[in-house]
Design a protein around this ligand. Structure first.
Ligand SMILES: [Zn+2]
Length: 274
């Protein structure tokens, strides 16, 4: 069995604000220790079902170099650094049996979602994929689905677990904290949270065959609402961009990966326009 694990940071046990997720902040070292703790718990859960599982972990937060390689469970390889193809799910392909998203967060504007945003808090007001608003969970589940890989586990705050259930109610979820605002939450103790993640990961791999991959019908429409018009202006330099209004740009491509790549290029262009 091959399992791919994408890891973000905002949904990690105990993390509620940027003091633990930003490299320049004082508690960042504590945040990255908590991050690898949640990932290793997922790995232990998978290995409890299949001790020979092949595991690939992709660091998907910020500069994507948060997980300390020596602290990751030795049974997994680690994809780290950025930019990289497919971004937060770099390295996934059709050879995997299941995907897991650990430490994920809800989409921009979510009520009681810890550090909620959609890929770039500065640039993106909303993302719609084929007309349905998507956060990073749905967006990256679509990449896994393109390769025929089911998303089987999502961990993070309560809000992102509800977002995952909206993508597919069969996905196993583990809520390690419940937000009371965007920067405050009632957190389960990290040791208890890790137990829950271990159990969730084991349950998820056992039921992987009954969870359908999230396949987005083609052609694929990524419609991006930017946070201001100058960012949309910058995205218009991409040849296939269509301007819908002052802040909205649409990309329609025949396959999911090409549409996703246009989205990433648009985010990169827009970040130069601030
Ligand atoms: Zn992140």
């Amino acid at each position: 069995m091959k399992v791919f694990i994408s890891v973000d940071m905002e949904g990690i046990s105990g993390i509620v604000d940027r003091t633990m997720v930003s490299r320049t902040e004082g508690d960042y070292e504590k945040g990255r220790q908590l991050m690898v703790g949640d990932v290793n718990a997922a790995i232990e859960g998978i290995l409890s079902v299949d001790p020979n599982a092949i595991l690939k972990v992709c660091d998907g937060h910020g500069g994507m170099n948060n997980i300390n390689p020596t602290e990751l469970h030795r049974s997994a390889t680690l994809v780290r650094g950025s930019p990289k193809p497919l971004s937060q799910v770099s390295g996934i392909d059709g050879s995997f049996d299941a995907a897991m998203f650990v430490g994920y967060h809800s989409m921009k504007g979510t009520l009681q979602g810890i550090l909620s945003h959609t890929y770039s808090g500065a640039s993106i007001a909303s993302l719609h994929i084929n007309g349905v608003e998507a956060g990073e969970t749905a967006m990256n589940a679509g990449i896994a689905g393109f390769y025929g890989v089911p998303l089987v586990l999502v961990t993070g705050d309560l809000a992102v677990t509800l977002e995952a259930k909206a993508v597919n109610p069969e996905i196993v979820t583990v809520a390690v904290k419940e937000a009371v605002s965007r920067h405050a939450a009632d957190c389960i103790h990290p040791e208890k949270a890790k137990e829950m993640i271990r159990q969730g990961a084991a349950e998820a791999v056992k039921k992987r065959r009954s969870i359908k991959p999230h396949v987005v019908p083609q052609p694929v429409d990524f419609t991006i609402r930017f946070t201001d018009a100058s960012r949309a202006d910058a995205a218009m330099f991409i040849p296939t961009a269509e301007r819908l209004d002052g802040v909205t740009v649409r990309f329609i491509h025949k396959d999911y990966i090409t549409a996703f790549n246009a989205f990433i290029a648009a985010v990169m262009c827009s970040s130069t326009a601030s």
